[in-house]
Write a protein of this length. Structure first.
Length: 81
């Protein structure tokens, strides 16, 4: 994860071990790294507020869309915001 207090240390360990890396953004967890600008922190707060207020609608819309293209409902749902 990025934008967290321990992100830079973790990145150093990954670099030393020469590992492949994937990006994980947690949109509802506050960005707390000291390197985050005020603008970035404010933008993340707005996104988190939107997602929290609209998560049920987004899940229902995603489920309906998947049913259209797959012709049957999903067997499970996983929301990772």
């Amino acid at each position: 994860m990025v934008f967290m207090p321990d992100s830079e240390r973790a990145a150093g360990l990954v670099h030393e071990a020469n590992l492949d890396v994937g990006l994980h953004l947690h949109f509802t967890e506050p960005f707390t790294s000291a390197s985050c600008s005020t603008g970035l922190v404010d933008a993340q707060r707005r996104v988190a507020r939107f997602l929290r207020r609209n998560s049920e609608f987004l899940l229902l819309a995603g489920t309906a869309s998947l049913e259209l293209i797959m012709t049957h409902p999903p067997s499970s749902s996983n929301v990772n915001s």
